[in-house]
Design a protein around this ligand. Structure first.
Ligand SMILES: CC(C)(COP(=O)(O)OP(=O)(O)OC[C@H]1O[C@@H](n2cnc3c(N)ncnc32)[C@H](O)[C@@H]1OP(=O)(O)O)[C@@H](O)C(=O)NCCC(=O)NCCS
Length: 211
């Protein structure tokens, strides 16, 4: 297995693994194809290959790179630096905006964990890496490929000046255990954040402790 930077010809393989891993519909892909092609076609995407076939990929970004990432960064900063009640109010507002069309009875959950980020109210720096999508083809899972894809991106980010790394994990995905095994800390868990009612776990790590 090799991990190397993404090349433009990889894009179709990357998109077909993404579709398989997230079980997305063809119509979703048709509607979002241009955005997804742009999102993955960057020097911050890495692919894992076996016999030149792409079997997994991971990408990362920095706080100012895209409006969606800016939103995630602001939200994580708010979670770390605000008190619980402010957060709870903000999350409810947010959920009405982008969750399942929930009304006033929407049962939101929010949990914050004591750790170095929350205790010191760490503020995300401009160069702190945001790990974004990662997928490994189902036939190749539990062989350390996901972990290797994370490490590669963290090494690359450290070279570019990141002090800390953050990730928004889907809480029904095993990726949270992978990040925990690498030394990431849980910062906050809230939801529902997705149409199926599942939540998001925001996790972070200081790179000097990981690499
Ligand atoms: C998450 C994903 C990328 C993991 O890839 P992977 O190559 O299987 O991960 P690794 O083999 O490197 O796993 C490293 C560690 O993570 C943990 N882990 C990974 N998958 C796990 C699972 N299904 N259950 C529990 N722990 C798991 C384990 O600690 C594992 O170490 P171990 O195998 O020695 O016990 C893969 O499952 C995937 O593509 N899932 C669908 C897409 C997805 O959910 N992406 C993340 C969105 S936030």
């Amino acid at each position: 297995m090799i991990i190397r930077p993404f090349e433009p010809d990889d894009i179709d393989e990357v998109l077909s693994i993404e579709q398989l891993c997230f079980n997305r519909s063809d119509s979703y892909y048709r509607q979002n194809e241009d955005y997804l092609r742009r999102f993955y076609t960057t020097e911050t995407t890495f692919v894992s290959t076996i016999k030149r076939n792409v079997i997994g990929f991971g990408t990362h970004t920095f706080p100012d790179s895209d409006p969606m990432i800016r939103f995630y960064v602001k939200r994580t900063n708010d979670y770390i630096t605000s008190d619980f009640y402010t957060i709870e109010r903000e999350i409810k507002g947010d959920l009405y905006a982008y969750s399942r069309g929930d009304g006033p009875d929407c049962k939101v959950f929010y949990e914050q964990f004591p750790n170095e980020f929350n205790d010191k109210r760490y503020k995300i720096k401009e160069k702190d890496v945001q790990l974004a999508m990662m997928c490994v083809h189902p036939e190749y899972r539990r062989h350390g490929i996901g972990k290797a894809l994370v490490k590669k991106r963290l090494e690359s980010a450290k070279e570019q000046g990141s002090i800390a790394a953050f990730v928004n994990c889907w809480d029904v995905s095993p990726s949270q255990y992978l990040y925990e095994a690498l030394g990431f800390l849980r910062i906050a868990h809230f939801g529902p954040a997705w149409a199926d009612g599942s939540g998001t776990i925001v996790m972070g790590a200081f790179l000097e402790k990981l690499l």
